[in-house]
Design a binder for this molecule. Sequence first.
Ligand code: HAM
Length: 441
Amino acid sequence: MAVITNAPRGTQDVLPAQSARWQYIENTLLRTAELFGFREIRTPVFEHTELFSRSVGDTTDVVQKEMYTFLDKGKRSVTLRPEGTAGVVRAVLQNGLLGGALPLRTCYVIPCFRYEKPQAGRLREFHQFGVEMFGPKSPAADAQVIALANEIFQTLGIEGLELHINSIGCPECRAKYQQALREYFTAHLGALCETCQGRLEKNPMRILDCKSPECHAVVEGAPLVLDYICDDCREHFEGLKKRLDLLGISYSVDPKIVRGLDYYTRTVFEFVSQKIGAQGTVCGGGRYDGLVEELGGSATPALGFAMGLERLLLQMDACGCLFPEENTCDIYLAGMGEAGSLRAQQLCYELQQEGFYAECDCMERSVKAQMKYADKLGAKYAAVLGESELQSGECTVKDMRGGKSVQVSLTDFAGQIYRLLLEGAYTEVIEAGEQLQKGQE
Ligand code: HAM
């Protein structure tokens, strides 16, 4: 039974009580991205496995150890997406979007899947907000995407994230660096884990972000990529730094960041938290100038980032960020007897059509039990509709927060409820103002 009653390890339910937090974050992310020109793109949850092995790289941890890959009924190998970039590049190419105006700016909120060891901030199904931008090679673009991530954190009230940046060069300077790494790691071959021994020839840079503890010690003394980058890459990196200074975005250069995915070139960056435990990287990204061509398009520089929403929430809680209050029920209409409950349902639907949050009974409860439920719901107003209300054509609307009751005609009911709600909101503002003034005196 445990298989049926427990969700798979590393997955999380978002329950109704938490969904308002998620909706608030997702709306804020998409709205802020829109201010920077990014529009949403939606791609499939699964793709052909080869898309990920070609783009993320077949010597990465993600591809070697973490993908949910299976054969479908047509015997094709498909993979639940471990990240968003590869699918977006595929969709952009397949739909010819690079033929339109450049830069092309896209963004997404998606579930991703990685078979990792679950811990705080690390799940097997997690959610990313990401952006991908196609066309620009100028460091102005790198500064724009970093500024967007920074603005998102500010809008959500998140503090204490450190921005770390680095440049990992282009394929030309990378070759020299890979050679230096090969020489260094060959001298420490016996101390590396088995997977990394296999990576040495093909992709020694992947040893730098291996998660096994034995490799960490060796990696500490490895050569740094920043010492190997060419003049063009250095100039590009200086250009980014100059722009971040200009925009007032503080950062530190961390020559140890290489990122865990193969497609990166030049700029890489991470926003890191010290407050949420070992999985402190809330956002990571960078340039991938070779990926579009690698996947069959014409050479097009590109860049982006993704942030994990679960880590974002952990950071928001750690910072005591505020979330908007949940929408509470405007009015509960209790029905007494057959005719009363029919009228209550009819009026309730009218109110909902006018944009109010209204509820009425569907549990066949007594009037007393209905009012108890309205109370639990935190409804602002409640009214009972029975024979006598139907005959008189009006009902008593009770202010559930202790205000006075008023008689309301059943004709133009919605209009009168609207006025009541407005008056209620006005009184609340006045009272809050008076409280504030008292506090200041
Ligand atoms: P990534 O660094 O692999 O980059 O993931 C980005 C973010 O996703 C991480 O910083 C973290 O917040 C979150 N994340 C990753 N794995 C997990 C996990 N198992 N559980 C919870 N959160 C996780 C990418 O995915 C790139 N596609 C980013 C990018 C976009 N680069 C350029 N464009």
